[in-house]
Design a protein around this ligand. Sequence first.
Ligand SMILES: Nc1ncnc2c1ncn2[C@@H]1O[C@H](COP(=O)(O)OP(=O)(O)OP(=O)(O)O)[C@@H](O)[C@H]1O
Ligand SMILES: [Mg+2]
Length: 236
Amino acid sequence: MATVAIYSLKGGVGKTTLSVNLAWCAATLSARRTLLWDLDPQAASTWVLGGAGKVDQAQAMFSKDVPVAKQARPTAYRHLDLIAADASLRGLDQLFHDLDKKKRLAKLLADLKTYDRVILDCPPGLTETADQVMRAADLIVIPVIPSPLSTRAYEAVVDHLGGRTALLPVHVMVDKRRALHAEALDRHSDWPVIPMASGIESMAVKRAPVGVFAPKSAAAQAFADLWRRIEHRLSA
Ligand SMILES: Nc1ncnc2c1ncn2[C@@H]1O[C@H](COP(=O)(O)OP(=O)(O)OP(=O)(O)O)[C@@H](O)[C@H]1O
Ligand SMILES: [Mg+2]
């Protein structure tokens, strides 16, 4: 089993978008038994995948004896299960702080060995939750909008981690016609690219991964290519 966290210091940069689409790619294109674990109290991944979290269940897994594997439920897609988020996760940082168990999330992940791939949709910020994620993940995928402030946030995460965890920065919401975007892509030509696309925004309207409703689109292709890069990194 390998855990891939989709994380950024910044909000609204495409973490949930990557989480849902990469989880779908893992399940559908690679036929991996895949779990998407929604760790964000906004519960956006949960909403897109049609799972309504039971109130107060999401945090209970971290504090009480609620077996984590039992919280996973099937989605509409073969091989793809979901652990839903709900508003109780608002207290997760405080809970991790109070528990004082630095590897609580890693330990819970060890109970999910029936899955080949676990994707974590993380809330933004350098929080206790982020530190738990960084200790637990095999690979951290970081969406970076090609702008100086996003790049700065990415560098802050690199500094914070000090080389402890494998990172994969990904340029997202890319519009090559913009000078700043073109410059950033030149500077980091080895980073994968997800284009700015209205089809990607439609995900929240259609409540489905892009590969389901626009399988031939450039966006669906970009997610598939990114997933292949991730598989390659995991097997290296
Ligand atoms: N490549 C893209 N092209 C067009 N729109 C995008 C793209 N990626 C994300 N978006 C849109 O940007 C908004 C933010 O994306 P998303 O919710 O995935 O970010 P997030 O990092 O998970 O946000 P939060 O920090 O609130 O959890 C959404 O409206 C989403 O549809
Ligand atoms: Mg999100």
